[in-house]
Ligand binder design. Structure first.
Ligand SMILES: [Zn+2]
Length: 164
């Protein structure tokens, strides 16, 4: 019967190895999940730090990250342009004052109340007066782009309708 005992020892040995490696796998997975969680927390904090820095130094030409800030600014501009294109595709337009997407044929922006006929006129005059002043280094438009999220979050659902 010696042979049988040896055989069953081997079997239970295999079982032990399997459960050991399963336990090891579970432990590894747990630790890796913890590491991932910590990294996510760090990344979120770094993101907030970066956003705070960007906001504080957006106009700081001497910032040691001026290049990165400029790159972000440029991407914000591209997003603005893409949003305009998107509105065009949807048959809508963008309020030049608050950046809200609005119907093309309204006289006043339903969000901020801007007089759109006047705004369009001013825009046209600006274009004809200075065609190459399209991207001045410190155009006030960036603020709109950067504050876009905040504004969208703050904006009341159904803004007041301006009188005609
Ligand atoms: Zn508006």
């Amino acid at each position: 019967m010696g042979l049988f005992n040896k055989f069953s020892d081997q079997i239970s040995g295999v079982g032990k190895n399997i459960s050991n490696s399963t336990q090891q796998f579970v432990n590894e997975t747990k630790i890796q999940a913890s590491i991932r969680e910590k990294k996510n927390t760090i990344n979120e904090a770094l993101l907030n730090l970066g956003k705070a820095y960007y906001t504080a130094h957006a106009d700081d030409k001497d910032s040691e990250f001026a290049g990165t800030i400029e790159a972000i600014r440029s991407e914000y501009k591209s997003i603005d342009e893409l949003k305009r294109q998107l509105s065009g595709v949807r048959g809508k337009t963008i309020c030049p004052k608050c950046g809200a997407e609005i119907d093309k044929d309204v006289a006043f922006c339903p969000k901020c109340g801007a007089n759109l006929a006047e705004a369009a006129k001013a825009e046209k005059e600006k274009e004809t007066a200075a065609p190459e002043a399209e991207t001045p280094a410190d155009a006030p438009k960036e603020e709109t782009a950067a504050a876009d999220e905040t504004k969208a979050a703050e904006a009341p659902a159904g803004g007041e309708k301006p009188q005609e």
